[in-house]
Write a protein that binds this ligand. Sequence first.
Ligand code: F6P
Length: 550
Amino acid sequence: MFMSSRSQLASWQALSESAKKMKQIHLKNLFAEDSARFEQFSTQIPGVLFDYSKQHIDKTVFEQLISLAKECNVSAWREKMFSGEKINITEDRAVLHTALRNRANTAIVVDGENVTDAVNAELAKMKTFVNKVRSGEWRGYTGKAVKDVVAIGVGGSNLGPQMATEALAAYADDTLNVHYVSNVDGVQIASVLKELDAETTLFVISSKTFTTSETMTNAKTAVEWFLQAADAQTHIAKHFVAVSTNLEKTAAFGIADENVFTMWDWVGGRFSLWSAIGLPIALYLGFDAFEAILEGAFEVDEHFKNADFETNIPLLMALLSVWNTSFLGHTSHAILPYDQALHMLPAYLQQGEMESNGKHVNFAGDTVPYTTVPIIWGMTGINGQHAFYQCLHQGNVIVPADFIASIEPQVNVGKHHDILLSNFFAQTEAMMAGVDAEQVTTDLTAKGKSEAEIAELLNHKIHQGNRPTTSMLLDKVDAKTVGRLIALYEHKIFCQGIILEICSFDQWGVELGKGLASKIEAELCDDSVSHPHDSSTNGLIAYYKTHRKQ
Ligand code: F6P
């Protein structure tokens, strides 16, 4: 079998041996043997407590993981990323989302240009625009102020802004409403537009490439809807702005250059909420809140650059993911926020992690012999408890999970928060310790069950435990914390990519389906067009065409 350079490393081989041993050791025994386990395996940065003591590691595994990070030259790669080297090797691009929140204003030079100046100029343009719209100085075609913003975009041009908007909605005033449209299913845009008035609606069309079919289709529908009321192309200038790198396409679409907010090819779509892609967040919450998000992320950038490996939270997150996935064989990972404000975090991180590291070849293009990224999924913890946690507790696949909660709720209602948090604490304890046969027997005996009844129920009630989890306790979900949290995961993704030798910043895997869809679209719209397909696809297309209403 092909041995990648990673699996030949001494630390990788030591970890493979450790994995065999650790599979025989129950997590609760690790706690029983070491009363200082929490102190040993938890760390903090301002606003975030990171407890990984319920992960399936011991001191030896921890040291081997740190050695792995060293052997993979994570610090050298980190330096390359922050300084603007073109580490997106398959697209020959720098990876500089950190430059978008470089609050220290240090110079970062790419292809002879100081990108910090360009970033600051764009932030200033955003600020002016946001202030004009929010103050009512920006007027629509009939002289009315904007009341509703419709943000059209998909993937990285939607998930980040929408997730942050939902996370921080508790702090919004009633200046503006923001609506997100990402799906090309007409139901979504139709239900948004039917509530709106063209005179007071501003559209933000966000697409790095300005070629994404779903976004362009929604944008065209929005223009048609707007022109039905406004009746003159010239009015578009007051109601449509764009965020893109592609000025040619935005101009061809009819958006005036001064209404285009730019971004750069060194900003990956899924890492772009810090750029003008975050415009809907700033419009909704105000520019100060947007800057607070940038500041939170900048704090984490500094932590990631400067903290020792042993206390470096993003690096630890990545190492634990690699340990769970590539060594222990757990191929899925749940994100479980115990905070309603973070309800879109699992969806956001699905793109972040899986579009970045869901690949099977290494930097050199050779197929790697290990599992790379786990399947990322999840939902708010409480709702999950009443849906899929049964499987997390007693299913025969082990799903490592991140539990995320905040100490202070955004809204304090009676005893709600203590009840919420008691579930947060209880679930990771239960997943770690489980309930063994002895305990089940004792409990059932205390309830007066007979020996026969106990024998019948015993195996059904045993919880094996030994399920690894990480707990993140945030001070409060505010703008700074949202910035911190997202940046922690972004750097986790980067470290994971380096350790697994995955090119994290391209996404060739989404192109195949896009190309096929555009061919099939031609077939659906024009009977004279036909492309060769397999019999299933042919049958499905034919069935659709004969049954659809003309
Ligand atoms: O789904 C593929 C993808 O290219 C993502 O990486 C990106 O975030 C999304 O489409 C949207 O792309 P764009 O911003 O160019 O419309």
